[in-house]
Write a protein that binds this ligand. Structure first.
Ligand code: 13P
Length: 272
């Protein structure tokens, strides 16, 4: 029956028409520090939800104050691990699937950095929690990146390293693997092809031009990816509602980057 539970929750997670995912993550204060734009977090989450994402990823302590009132509008991915500003390449457990079930989560996620000295421990954690997810019928998501200390910085974007990360997640029981974009749809389609799991991308920090992120979302869909789970690009702006609506237009309505740009300007200027 756990396969049935997972199937049902997966339907809540993905857009029912396109089966794509537009997720937003607000789990980063613990990992990266307290950005001005993450305060007050209740208001920020409300603005994000108004845009209509399929899911929102957060830590357990925010569920009561930030997710509960939106539970009928979007789905909850409970983040079960975190890195920190002082140890950016090691994700440690902070909760598990039991608590996710208690909190009404639709899915769980765990971070995992491959290519470093502590890869064995992080893979062990991912394998263990994906087993818990399977037991409870929870979709399992991994935020998995090839940025361990054994991989030179200039090789961390290589599609083969990204594909290694994604494939590793899939082989350890992850349903949706979130990783970094490789910079062009050709190489990213090889990443997608390397994994039996669904592949989505994080936004990262590629600048402050919305168009670049609309392009990334467009490319990921064109390359066969399942969508995005963006963090900073969405919440680190004054108007996350318009950003989310525009990303929806790209991911679910197949808008081109030019169409998305125009739509975003119209939304921001209050003309839509
Ligand atoms: O999922 C994410 C963080 O958990 C994505 O974050 P960024 O888009 O800021 O890279």
């Amino acid at each position: 029956m756990t396969a049935l539970g997972k199937e049902i929750r997966m339907k809540r997670l993905l857009n029912s028409n396109t089966e794509k995912l537009l997720g937003v993550a607000v789990d980063q204060a613990v990992a990266r520090g307290v950005f001005d734009q993450l305060m007050p977090i209740e208001r920020k989450v409300k603005e994000i939800v108004e845009g209509g994402p399929e899911s929102i990823t957060m830590h357990k302590g925010l569920v009561d104050s930030c997710f509960k009132e939106h539970a009928d509008k979007t789905s909850l991915i409970l983040k079960c691990s975190t890195f920190s500003p002082w140890q950016p390449n090691f994700d440690t457990w902070v909760t598990d699937a039991d608590e996710a079930i208690q909190l009404g989560a639709d899915a769980i996620s765990m971070g995992c950095i491959v290519g470093g000295d502590d890869q064995p421990e992080q893979l062990r954690n991912l394998g263990l929690i994906s087993g818990q997810a399977y037991k409870y019928g929870l979709p399992m998501i991994a935020h998995i990146y090839p940025r361990g200390n054994q991989i030179p910085k200039e090789e961390q974007d290589d599609w083969k390293n990204v594909a290694y990360a994604v494939r590793t997640g899939a082989e350890l029981g992850v349903d949706i693997v979130k990783t970094k974009y490789t910079g062009d749809p050709e190489s990213f389609s090889k990443v997608v092809d390397s994994s039996p799991a669904k592949v989505v991308v994080a936004g990262g920090n590629i600048g402050d031009q919305p168009r670049d992120y609309f392009q990334m979302a467009r490319d990921v869909i064109d390359a066969g990816g399942t969508g995005i789970t963006f963090g900073r690009f969405v919440w680190n702006t004054d108007d996350p509602t318009s950003i989310v609506k525009t990303l929806k237009y790209v991911i679910h309505d197949n808008a081109t980057v030019n169409e998305a740009d125009e739509y975003y300007q119209e939304l921001k200027n209050g003309r839509l």
